[in-house]
Design a protein around this ligand. Structure first.
Ligand code: MG
Length: 636
C-alpha cells in the first residue's frame, strides 16, 4: 500500500473538520498548508495531538515561498523565517519543509545561487533532523520546470534535500514526463498529484481555481505517476488541489472523492503493468472491475395521490399505458416498448421523503448490469454505501446507491432471472397494444449543483465505469450553461450533466423549484416524430413554443424540403444536422418548473442537438416568465 495523502488546502472548513474528513475517507497522511495553521485557533502542538488521535501523519509543512537566490538583506531574513518554520514543524511533529520556486521580482537568475541557498538551508534542517523539498512552480520567475528544480537539487547535493514533484506544474508546462523515471528515488522528497481541465488560461489562475482530482480533468496523471513510481519511489502521493468549488463543498465528500480518485488511478496503473506482464505494485487494495451496463430498466417518479393525475395524464398523452400495479404498494407501472416508468404514490418510505423535498420528480433510475453484485461491490469499495428499500414478503430486493440529491440508482442483473422483478412485484393487467410510438430512453439530463459537478463526474466514471466527453458551453438568456455528457461504455445510458452560472438561468430555476439538482430532462426516442407529435398534441400534450424566427434561420442554414420545414414550424419541432446525420426533436412544456420530456428522432445522428439548447433555454425562460406574470396578475 502506498501512503495516499491529501493537503489540507484541498478541503474547505476548519482545520479540525478537514483532518476529521481526511481520516474518515481513509487517509493516513496529510500535508498541512501554512494558512490552515495560521487560521487555527489552537497551538501547533494541538494540531499534532489531533492528527495523532485520528491516526494521521503530517508528511509535510508547506509552502515556504520566495526563499532562494535573494539579495541581502532579504536573504538573511529568509533564513530567519526558515528557522521559525522549523520551530513550528517541531511542534507539529513533521519533518519535511516544502519550498516552491521563487516568483519574487528581485530573485537572482543564477542556478548556483539557488543550489547554494538550498544546500545551506538543508544543512540547517539537518541539525534538527528535518528534510527540505524544492518544487518548481509553473509561474516561478526563473525556475518553472521540474528539470530546472532537479538541476538545482542535484547541484546542491545534500542527503536531506530532494525535489517535490507536482503533476500540475509539469503537465501545464507540457514538461517531458518520461525522464522523471531517471531521478534517484531517494532524491524525491514528495510527489503531489493534481489534474486540471484543458482550458486555455494562465497557469497560475488555472492552478489556483481549477485544479481537480485525477480523472476529473484532462492531464495525463497516470503517465506522470507511472514515471514517478518507476524511480522506485514509494513515499507519499499527495493530492494538492486548489479549487473554489472543492472548498465550498462539505469536506467529508471532498475527502472521499480524493480517495476515490486515487483508488482509480492505482487501478489504472496496475492494469497497465498487468498488460505489460509486470508484477503488481500493490498500490492499493484491488477494486472489483466495473460491471457491463446494458441500459436503463426503469425510471421512477415520486409523486402523491393529489399530484399523480397530472403526471399520469402526461404519460398517457405521450403514449404510455398503465400495464401493472404493485402487489402491496401504491405504485404503478407505465410501459411503452422498452421504456418502463414507475409511478410511486406511497405515503411513506424513500419515495415519499423524496417527494416531500423535491415535489413530483424522478427519484430513481435502475441500471441493468451483467453482474449487479460486482457493480455493487465496486461501489462499496469506492466509498458508496448500499441502500435497501422496504420490501413486502416475496418481493424483489433491489440494492441501490445514492445518486444526485439523494435520488437512488438501483442495480439489477440483465438476465431473465434478474429482471423477474416485474412478475415478482407487480400484477399485470390486460392492456390494449397501441401503435409503436416511443422506443427507448435516449438520455437523461441531470442538473447538478455547481459545487458538486466534478464530484458526480468522478462518481459516474469511477463507480459505474462511464466515459465522458468534452464540456460544452452554451448561452442561457440569464447566464451561461455548461454541459458534459457522460455515458456507459456501450452508450446505452447517456447522461448530460448540466450546471449554470447566473441566478435566473433555467438550471438555477430548476434547482430552486426542485430543492436541489436532479433529472430535469427525460429524452425518449421515436422513429416517426412527425406522426408522434401530431397524435400527442391530439391527446392534449402541450409542447414548448418555438418562435418563427428559428424556422427562418433553419430555412437559411439547411436546404430542407419546404413541406418538411412547414411541418416543423407547425408542430414546433427543432432540427440539427451533423456529418450527414439528421436530428429532429421537440420538448414538452415544463411540469411544475421541474422536468420535461424531450422526444427525438435520430437519423444517423449521435449528438444531442446542443445548437438548439439556447433556443430551448430561451423558450423555457419565456414560458416561466409568462407563468410568473400570470400568477402575479391572478394573485394581485
Ligand atoms: Mg505543489
Amino acid at each position: 500500500m502506498l501512503k495516499w495523502s491529501i493537503a489540507t488546502v484541498t478541503m474547505g472548513g476548519t482545520l479540525e473538520a478537514k483532518l476529521a474528513a481526511a481520516a474518515r475517507a481513509g487517509f493516513r497522511s496529510i500535508e498541512i498548508f501554512e494558512n490552515d495553521l495560521t487560521f487555527f485557533s489552537g497551538r501547533p502542538r494541538d494540531v499534532r495531538t489531533m492528527t495523532q488521535d485520528l491516526g494521521l501523519e503530517i508528511i509535510a509543512f508547506q509552502p515556504m515561498r520566495d526563499f532562494e537566490a535573494m539579495p541581502e538583506p532579504q536573504r538573511s531574513r529568509n533564513f530567519e523565517r526558515a528557522r521559525r518554520k522549523f520551530d513550528l514543524m517541531e511542534e507539529l511533529g513533521t519533518s519535511l519543509l516544502s519550498i516552491c520556486s521563487s516568483v519574487a521580482e528581485d530573485v537572482i537568475d543564477d542556478q548556483a545561487r539557488v543550489a547554494a541557498d538550498l544546500g545551506e538551508l538543508a544543512d540547517l534542517a539537518a541539525q534538527r533532523g528535518f528534510k527540505i523539498g524544492y518544487e518548481a512552480l509553473a509561474w516561478g520567475r526563473y525556475v518553472k520546470d521540474w528539470m530546472q528544480a532537479w538541476d538545482c537539487v542535484r547541484l546542491a547535493d545534500r542527503p536531506n534535500l530532494g525535489i517535490v514533484l507536482d503533476s500540475f506544474h509539469a503537465c501545464v508546462r507540457k514538461n517531458p514526463l518520461g525522464p522523471i523515471a531517471q531521478i534517484p528515488a531517494d532524491k524525491i522528497a514528495l510527489v503531489q498529484v493534481a489534474d486540471a481541465p484543458a482550458i486555455v488560461m494562465d497557469p497560475m489562475s488555472l492552478s489556483r481555481h481549477h485544479r481537480c482530482y485525477p480523472g476529473q480533468g484532462d492531464f495525463p496523471i497516470a503517465d506522470y505517476l507511472e514515471a514517478a513510481l518507476a524511480t522506485g519511489y514509494r513515499g507519499p502521493i499527495s493530492l494538492e488541489i486548489f479549487n473554489d468549488q472543492f472548498r465550498g463543498a462539505p469536506a467529508t465528500s471532498i475527502a472521499r472523492d480524493g480517495m476515490r480518485s486515487l483508488q482509480v488511478v492505482a487501478e489504472t496503473l496496475e492494469a497497465r503493468r498487468e498488460a505489460r506482464g509486470e508484477r503488481p505494485l500493490a498500490l492499493a487494495p484491488a477494486l472489483p472491475a466495473p460491471a457491463k451496463i446494458s441500459g436503463i430498466e426503469f425510471i421512477e417518479f415520486a409523486t402523491s395521490p393529489q399530484e399523480s393525475d397530472k403526471l399520469t395524464t402526461l404519460l398517457e398523452g405521450l403514449g404510455f399505458i398503465r400495464v401493472a400495479r404493485h402487489r402491496t404498494k401504491d405504485v404503478e407501472l407505465y410501459r411503452q416498448n422498452n421504456i418502463n416508468i414507475v409511478v410511486n404514490r406511497e405515503q411513506d418510505g424513500f419515495s415519499h421523503s423524496f417527494y416531500l423535498v423535491h415535489g413530483t420528480s424522478l427519484c430513481a433510475v435502475t441500471l441493468r448490469f451483467d453482474d449487479a453484485k460486482r457493480a455493487l461491490d465496486r461501489a462499496n469499495a469506492l466509498g458508496a454505501s448500499t441502500y435497501f428499500g422496504r420490501v413486502g414478503p416475496g418481493e424483489a430486493l433491489i440494492p441501490a446507491v445514492g445518486g444526485v440529491e439523494n435520488s437512488l440508482i438501483y442495480f439489477i442483473n440483465d438476465h431473465p432471472a434478474g429482471r423477474s422483478i416485474w412478475d415478482q412485484d407487480f400484477i399485470f393487467e390486460p392492456a390494449e397494444q397501441k401503435q409503436d410510438e416511443l422506443q427507448t430512453i435516449d438520455h437523461l439530463s441531470n442538473v447538478v449543483r455547481r459545487s458538486e459537478f466534478l464530484s458526480w463526474i468522478l462518481f459516474y466514471k469511477s463507480i459505474l465505469g462511464f466515459k465522458d466527453e468534452p464540456q460544452v458551453e452554451l448561452a442561457d438568456p440569464y447566464g451561461a450553461f455548461f454541459s458534459r455528457v457522460i455515458s456507459s461504455q456501450d452508450g446505452s445510458v447517456r447522461i448530460p450533466l448540466n450546471i449554470a452560472e447566473g441566478g435566473s438561468t433555467g438550471v438555477s430555476r430548476f434547482i430552486d423549484s426542485s430543492g436541489g439538482g436532479g433529472i430535469q430532462q427525460i429524452a425518449l426516442s421515436t422513429q416517426d416524430i412527425f406522426g408522434f407529435v401530431e397524435r400527442a398534441r391530439a391527446r392534449g400534450v402541450s409542447f414548448l413554443n418555438i418562435p418563427d424566427n428559428y424556422y427562418d434561420d433553419i430555412e437559411a442554414r439547411f436546404d430542407l424540403p419546404a413541406a418538411t420545414l412547414e411541418k416543423m414550424r407547425e408542430l414546433k419541432i427543432l432540427y440539427d444536422r451533423h456529418s450527414g446525420g439528421e436530428f429532429f426533436h421537440i420538448y414538452t412544456t415544463m411540469f411544475e418548473d421541474r422536468f420535461f420530456f424531450e422526444i427525438l428522432e435520430r437519423r444517423n445522428y449521435d449528438l444531442f442537438g446542443a445548437a438548439n439548447t439556447p433556443i430551448r433555454l430561451a423558450a423555457q425562460a419565456r414560458e416561466q416568465d409568462q407563468a410568473m406574470q400570470n400568477r402575479i396578475l391572478f394573485e394581485g
